[in-house]
Write a protein that binds this ligand. Structure first.
Ligand SMILES: [Zn+2]
Length: 86
């Protein structure tokens, strides 16, 4: 049997549930630290809308969701990634 139902996850900013494929995944990998769309560990999801990405509280929400301190580099990588989606 083919399992077709999409995996649904909630955006940490707008709290809307989306198909996981339409979300960016930010993971706190046990060994490698914060990663985008890869890694194993505690994860947070954000939808690819400009509104959510430009949420001034995004960094805080991410840090809370991941229980980690995000350095500015991660936010930059994230910003570049998001720039590809418009
Ligand atoms: Zn969102």
């Amino acid at each position: 049997m083919i399992h077709k139902s999409p995996v649904m996850r909630k955006c940490i900013s707008c709290r809307t549930t989306f198909d996981r494929n339409n979300l960016l995944k930010i993971t706190k990998d046990h060994n490698l630290g914060i990663m985008l769309n890869e890694g194993m560990g505690r994860s947070a999801y954000i939808c690819k809308s400009k509104k959510c990405f430009t949420d001034p509280k995004l960094k805080k929400k991410l840090q809370k969701a991941l229980k980690a301190i995000l350095n500015p580099e991660i936010i930059d990588i994230f910003a570049r990634e998001i720039a590809n989606y418009k």
